[in-house]
Design a protein around this ligand. Sequence first.
Ligand code: PSU
Ligand code: MN
Length: 331
Amino acid sequence: MDRLTVHPEVQDAMASGRPIVLLESAVTTCGLPRSPWTWDEDAIAGIAPDWRLDQPINLELARMMSATVRAGGAIPATTAIMDGQWHVGLDAADVVALACDETAGKASASTAAGALLGGGRCGTTVSGVLTVAQQMKRVLGNAPEVMATGGIGGVHRGWTDRPDISADLGVIASTPVVVVSAGVKSIVDVPATGEWLETLGVPILGLETAVMPSFIAGVDPEAPAVRSVPSAAQAAALARLHWSSVNPGGGVMLTVPLEGDLVLPRDLVEEANQAAEEAAGDIDGPERTPHLLGHMAQATGGRSLLANIALLVRNAAVAATLAGELGPGSS
Ligand code: PSU
Ligand code: MN
């Protein structure tokens, strides 16, 4: 059984060759608070004018990403696991149900089969989304070629003792999709992640930057060099070349730096993160990430959340432009 449900709107877009952007949903189920925005109202309105202050942050963000993809001329295809099926493209009611389901976890390539068997709702990480793209290719013969996220998972600090390396990296290397991100999620080892991606043969492009961005924080002085591209059109040309002449089955990263006042100083992120880790103590499992994020938001007066939301929306916009530039898939 293929366990694949593709939304009719996404099916139509695929049939007619319209641009599509795959969106992850682990950020909705596990990456952002399920409570409304309580910080500076002008600040959130500055990056998302339509933001509804009475709605949970994770739900508003999911809606904003989809709306941003549409505004950029592409069809959003949010992926998730629900009722034992991979879903590609969600109705508004599904998005609400997913965002408000406190039991919803996140599925990666390693945990997706368990989530499919479990029967509940589950968000998909980057590796989860790319796994659906692979399944679409097998079942339908075609799949979207662009996805957007905030930051990918990476190589965690302390990797010499225990190689804690996100499933995202290996699956990016083996799936022909351009992953649009602001680099690697806080707080991982950015240089080590760059090395690992190089080992895996993944080209890393930077939109108007030659250094890998560091998610919500200012550039890491040890961050790896990336290939700077001046536009999404150039990124599309490079991805096409990678697929036609280098590796038809491999992924490409397009990193997009967060800009302006929204970027947090590195030492502030570092301090807030350490304090959050200490405060989290023994809290383990699905409780830990929300706890860390909540603590970080408190310690930064909401700035960590604001930066995270801003980069998620920006990446969705860039991904939509990129999907338009790439044009219909080659298969
Ligand atoms: N970007 C965000 N917040 C998130 C994520 C990305 O701004 O929560 C998710 C993505 O789905 C990514 C995952 O694949 O975090 C990586 O999680 P981990 O470090 O557990 O591998
Ligand atoms: Mn891990």
